[in-house]
Write a protein that binds this ligand. Structure first.
Ligand code: ADP
Length: 184
């Protein structure tokens, strides 16, 4: 299966992506995780994107598309994949279409959540994980950018008949069950 998971920051995409991918035997690919790993290892890419992530902005489409193209070309993606955090802009949608070379996505999952609840969740995560982009100011900025740049992707995929909306609020296990039911 070739899947995407969409949703605002803090919707629980990463947690659910890992579970769903494991269940389906496909790799979960998180662009946010790739960037964070590069920052941690102080690679050239990491140095390039560190400030951008800390400010809550988006890494350029050019850089992000190149990373995803590389990752999707690896052997473990031949049987499918679940992309988490990509595409995030309409230009990335076009780039992904190109990478798929005419192959279609199977589904695009959108985790829907109450945004006030999500801001609370992110602030809590800031305390436990210490992510540089989890301060309240940066969280608000990430939400604003999400609405401007990424939310429109839901319509694009809805028009293609691929969008499946799943309620992302509640227990982690319940959400996983809902997603798997929606994919069945
Ligand atoms: P969240 O969904 O909680 O905001 P992610 O781990 O998906 O967190 O992303 C963290 C950060 O990584 C983003 O705020 C952005 O700076 C960068 N990033 C991740 N994916 C992309 C992408 N597809 N395009 C541009 N920037 C990205």
């Amino acid at each position: 299966m070739r899947l995407l998971i969409l949703g605002p920051p803090g919707a629980g995409k990463g947690t659910q992506a890992a579970r769903i991918a494991e269940q389906l035997g496909i790799p979960a690919i998180s662009t946010g995780d790739i960037f964070r790993a590069n920052i941690k290892n102080e690679t050239e890419l990491g140095l390039q994107v560190k400030e951008i992530l800390a400010s809550g902005g988006y890494v350029s489409d050019e850089v992000t598309n190149a990373i995803v193209a590389d990752r999707l070309a690896q052997a473990d993606c031949a049987g499918g994949f679940l992309l988490d955090g990509y595409p995030r802009t309409l230009a990335q949608v076009d780039a992904l279409d190109g990478m798929l070379e005419g192959a279609s996505l199977d589904r695009v999952l959108e985790l829907t959540v109450d945004e006030d609840a999500v801001v609370g969740r992110l602030l809590k995560r800031a305390e436990t994980e210490g992510r540089s982009d989890d301060s309240e100011e940066v969280i608000r900025e990430r939400m604003a950018i999400y609405h401007r740049e990424t939310k429109p992707l839901s319509d694009t995929y809805r028009e293609r008949g691929l969008l499946v909306e799943v309620d992302g609020l509640g227990e982690v296990d319940d959400v996983t069950t809902r997603i798997l039911a929606a994919l069945a």
